[in-house]
Design a protein around this ligand. Structure first.
Ligand code: BGC
Length: 390
């Protein structure tokens, strides 16, 4: 492979998730959470960036910039607003998106669960209740059947480790619980949900590659923190990595590193650069996590399904992505099967409990006029995508 070239067929994409961009997703647990005065959310999602209506122009913009894939999520609460009641109109919406992606030369990558669950699922027990795994698989089967011939790839569950941790242990995501036991229960139900979803999507949409997307962190032991790293990483990453056997790929999502001493996470070094999320600017994390995912899974094909930076300084975004891509390239040179790179996010959007302040987008959005303005990084990365080389 020549110095800065990527392998033929390497997929260059951008990503979004329904609740963060669509607007008006009021029938899910996150909307309820944003409006709960006891939650830490700083503002509600509201109209978001009205992607639900503006998707045709948004897709054209991304294709014109040079990208070859688009990862978005199916909003379960729109497709199955009450238990067993499926909306053909909502399914048709996603079908039209997939078809348009293809017509524009972008592979549609659909995530079946990206953080949000219908209100009826949450009130009937949520992700700590084993029945949710069955309900999720039924939804997957229905949705995959409707999209079978147009899907490019399927991601079952986005970052189940994050939802289990922040929702059941950290109190930051719905349902806002703070119990280690419930977190472990949720891990278990998510793993079961993933396994069932793989089977459901495989039989409803044969031939569509399927994987889990996992949030990974470059855990670095300091001052003898090795045992602690192992202890933290087991329930956060390893249980999920071990649940990917038989999948077609693993979606790797990485943003930063964490320094861990014998008693747990320690402060970043004095003067460390941080992002709008408060964590460290550490693009090297992607390479480290790809290598670890490859080792732990025994060589499952990898797809970077998210990597990016929340910053108000677009030059810093380019610096971050360039360094991260250097790491991907080094992995490829060592023979790791990395199939693509997806930048998070296509557009500035609703960053969950943080609201709209952290801007991850390649494209800026004026949320009063809904006017989209590509940043220099959008053109820069789009050109890399189009040329397939750094
Ligand atoms: C999530 C996205 C989120 C991004 C940036 C990932 O954890 O999948 O929904 O916006 O990171 O924080």
């Amino acid at each position: 492979m020549p110095a800065q070239a990527f392998p033929e067929g390497f997929a260059w994409g951008t990503a979004t998730a329904a609740h963060q961009v669509d607007g008006g997703t009021w029938n899910n647990d996150w909307w309820a959470w944003e409006h709960d005065p006891s939650s830490p959310c700083v503002e509600p999602s509201g109209d978001a960036i009205d992607h639900w209506h503006r998707w045709p122009d948004d897709l054209r913009l991304l294709a014109d910039l040079g990208f070859g894939s688009y990862r978005f999520s199916l909003e379960w609460s729109r497709i199955e607003p009450e238990e067993g009641e499926f909306s053909t109109a909502a399914l048709d919406h996603y079908r039209a998106m997939c078809e348009r992606c293809r017509a524009l030369g972008m592979s549609p990558v659909a995530t079946f669960h990206h953080f949000t669950s219908p209100r009826w699922v949450a009130s009937a027990g949520g992700w700590a209740d084993p029945v949710t795994a069955e309900r999720f698989a039924r939804f997957c089967s229905r949705a995959a059947g409707h999209l079978a011939d147009v899907l490019g790839a399927a991601c079952t569950i986005n970052e189940p480790n994050v939802v289990a941790f922040y929702g059941y242990r950290g109190g930051v995501f719905p349902p806002g619980e703070r119990s280690s036991e419930r977190r472990h229960q949720a891990n278990h139900v998510f793993i079961e949900g993933h396994r069932r979803a793989v089977d459901a999507i495989r039989s409803a949409a044969p031939g569509v590659p399927i994987g889990l997307t996992l949030s990974m962190t470059d855990y670095q032991a300091v001052d003898g923190g090795e045992a602690r790293v192992e202890k933290m990483r087991e329930p956060m990453e390893d249980v999920f990595l071990h649940a990917t056997e038989g999948d077609d790929f693993l979606g790797v999502q990485v943003y930063t590193r964490m320094l861990v001493g014998p008693d747990g996470p320690v402060a970043y070094p004095r003067g460390a650069r941080t992002t709008l999320m408060g964590y460290e600017f550490w693009p090297q994390a992607l390479e480290a996590c790809l290598r670890r995912a490859w080792d732990v899974t025994g060589g499952l094909p990898l797809l970077v399904t998210e990597n990016g930076i929340g910053t108000a300084n677009d030059a810093e975004r380019i610096e971050y992505v360039e360094a991260a891509l250097g790491g991907v390239h080094a992995c490829l040179a060592d023979g790791l099967d990395v199939r693509g790179y997806t930048y998070w996010s296509a557009f500035d959007n609703f960053e969950w409990a943080f609201g709209y302040r952290p801007t991850f987008g390649l494209v800026a959005v004026d949320r009063v006029t809904q006017v989209r303005t590509p940043k220099p990084s959008a053109h820069w990365l789009g050109q890399i995508a189009a040329r397939n080389r750094l």
